[in-house]
Every structure is written in C-alpha cells, then in structure tokens.
Design a protein around this ligand. Structure first.
Ligand code: ATP
Length: 359
C-alpha cells in the first residue's frame, strides 16, 4: 500500500489555471474522492498522479519517492476511464491479459492472474465472450479487472460508473469499494455524483477553480462545510442572509438577525471570531427543517406553500417566505398529504443543525 502526497501542485493550460498550488495527502489503502464543479481541475489532478502530465510547479510523492517526473508506465498505477476503452474484437480474457502481455509477463503467469482478476470482479464464466456480448455493468467490471490485473499500487478512477443506469451504479459502487479494500489499493476517484462520494469515500476533497477548498470525511464536509460554496455544492441547503448579533449560551452558538427573525446557529469556519454586524449566511439543510403550525421563538421561517412533491421515501415542501425566498423542507417517511395552501406555515431548525457561514 502506498501513500500519495501532492505538494503545492500547479498547472496552467495557456491562460487557464487548472491547478493552483494544490496540497493533499492520501493515506495508504484509502479511498479518496475528488469532487467539485465542472472544470475545477479534478481530471487534471488525477492525470498528474497517473503521470500523464508534468506540473509547472510542485511535487507528487508515492510514499517518500518523488515521482513528479517519472513517466506513467513506471509508476505502477492503473487508470480506469469513463469510456472503459476496451477492445471490442477481443474476448474478456484477452482484454484483461493485454496489460500483462505488454509488460512481457510469462504466459502461465498471465493465465493465472487473469483468472484471479476475473474472479475478483465475478466474471470468470464470461471469460471467452466478446466485449459487445456484455452488458454495460459487465463491461465496467472488465475494465476494472484490466486495471487490477497489473497489481497497481494505486487505482485511479475517472467517472467509472457514469455509463451505467441508476440501479447498476448503486451495486457497482459497493463492489468497487469491496475490491479496492480487499486489494489494499490506494484509490483516487473522480466523480460528479455526490451520493457516490458520500456513500463510499473514506475522505474527499472539494476543488474549486483549481484549489482545494475543503477536505475531510463525508460526514465532516456534509455537516460542517466551511463556506456557502461547499455547502451548496455538496447536497442541498437553504441559505438566509443576515448579520451577526452576539454570542449566545455556553455552547459556542451565535445569534444572527435575518429578515425571518433571529436564528441561533454554530460556526464551522475555524479560527473565525465574528464581531457584531458581520455579514453572514445562515445555512440549514432541508432535512434539518421541521414543519410546524406555529412559530417558535427563533430559528423559524414562515411562509405560504409554494410547492409540494411526494417522492415515496421523502416529501419536499417548498415555502415562499419573506421577499419570495424559497425554503425547502424534506420530510422523511411522509404521509403524502400536502399542507394546506391557504394557511401560514412554519419551518424551524435546531441551533445545532443551523450553520453560520461568512458571506
Ligand atoms: P469536468 O468535471 O468537467 O470533467 P474537471 O474538474 O475534471 O472538469 P479538468 O478537466 O481538470 O476539470 O480541467 C480544468 C481546467 O483546465 C478546465 O478549465 C479545462 O478547460 C482546462 N483544461 C484541461 N485540460 C486541458 C488541456 N489539455 N488544454 C487546455 N485546457 C485544458
């Protein structure tokens, strides 16, 4: 198992700054996700780890070894692409064997290792089928077997599940995690699918405009985003503008004045000492809001029903509050009965589920 250290890595393409002094450490055997809006630099970073790009500045280390200028084929990484890049005219086994043949492994060894890799992805029975006789999910597993068969120190995955339907994605993401953990692979995984990242990542980094804006476990980042950008990028969130009033209670809570009244909430940004009048955004996840028939003393939004959507396991109620601002409330295990559209509705949040972020 290998650790990956990225030190102040920067890369420009013409005028575009794709990576801006990125630093990260990925632990041995860790499943690490890169997330962020389109164009934020995820693939560029992955390609630097693979060895397809050399940086303008900074370093890539595998354990203590500086691999910044080591070519891709000498790094012992395996990259799996969105398109799988399989050979359609070859069989499953031939596709998987390809990388070993290129490395001039002896034939007996190749056969054994291909068999093992196919067992790993549960495709031994389909070994002689042609690629075009396989389902999308099976093709994805061939691509995974082909990456694993060379016994890489680290596996680099770029949107590996994006060609699959929703059901298969769910099955495959668990499968990928199982395989990576069984092999003890250090895995770096790029995706647009936040649920995929939340479900299987050990840790993740959010990139924005070539910079790491926050890193941590899925729980840390979802529950304690440092900025409104991270909060709105990972999951949905209600945002209410306000200004700091004062610290309240003994639990590091702060009071914020908003158009909806006062909110108590907590700070997520480290080393920030707010002062009265600081402009902030109060963030509350829809699932942290509760509907009520009456207003609480604070942390309450009032409004009229704008929209109600029953989704089976959850229901989403959208209220139109002060100045038409929409507030979303997610209800778990809903009855499916929409609230009355003529009456005033209230939605409130507990102070510990209410975040105060700097504007
Ligand atoms: P997406 O989620 O859309 O795949 P990404 O986060 O993977 O995006 P990158 O592909 O890393 O983003 O691109 C980062 C920036 O660098 C983008 O502005 C992109 O247009 C630019 N870029 C990437 N590769 C090249 C290249 N070979 N030549 C010129 N510009 C590039």
């Amino acid at each position: 198992m290998v650790s990956i250290t990225i030190r102040s890595l920067s890369k420009r393409f013409g005028d575009t700054v794709a990576l801006d002094s990125v630093s990260l450490t990925i632990e041995p055997g860790e499943m690490f996700f890169l997330l962020g809006p389109s164009g934020c630099g995820k693939t560029t970073l992955l390609r630097h780890i693979a060895g397809f790009y050399t940086p303008d500045a900074g370093k890539v280390l595998f354990d203590a070894r500086d691999v910044t200028f080591v070519p891709a084929h000498k790094r012992n990484t395996a990259m799996m692409f969105q398109s799988y890049a399989l050979w359609p005219h070859m069989s499953v086994a031939q596709n998987v064997a390809f990388g070993l043949e290129q490395r001039k492994a002896d034939p007996e060894n190749i056969e054994r290792r291909v068999g093992e890799a196919l067992d790993m992805v549960r495709l031994r029975k389909q070994a002689n089928r042609k690629i075009n006789q396989l389902s999308g999910g099976q093709q994805q597993r061939v691509a995974l077997a082909r990456a694993l068969v060379v016994r890489p120190d680290c596996l680099l995955l770029d949107e590996p599940l994006s060609n699959l339907d929703a059901r298969l994605r769910l099955d495959m993401r668990t499968e990928i995690r199982r395989i990576c953990k069984e092999f003890g692979l250090t895995t770096v995984y790029v995706t647009h699918d936040q649920k995929e990242a939340l479900a299987i990542a050990d840790r993740l980094a959010i990139l924005d405009e070539g910079k790491v804006v926050q890193g941590g476990t899925p729980r840390q980042i979802y529950r304690f985003p440092f900025s409104t950008r991270v909060a709105s990028f990972l999951g949905e969130t209600n945002m209410i503008r306000g200004v700091i009033e004062s610290e309240v209670g003994t639990d590091k809570l702060w009071a914020v004045k908003t158009d909806f009244g006062q909110f108590w909430g907590r700070l997520t940004e480290k080393n920030w000492e707010p002062t009265k009048g600081d402009r902030v955004t109060v963030c509350v996840r829809p699932e942290a809001m509760r509907l009520a028939d009456y207003a609480g003393a604070r942390n309450t939004i009032s409004g009229k029903l704008n929209h109600y959507m029953y989704l089976g396991d959850t229901a989403q109620t959208v209220l139109s509050g002060a100045e038409g601002q929409e507030i979303r409330v997610t209800e778990l295990h809903p009855t499916g009965r929409a609230p009355d559209s003529d009456t005033e509705l209230f939605a409130s949040s507990a102070p510990e589920d209410t975040l105060i972020l700097r504007r």
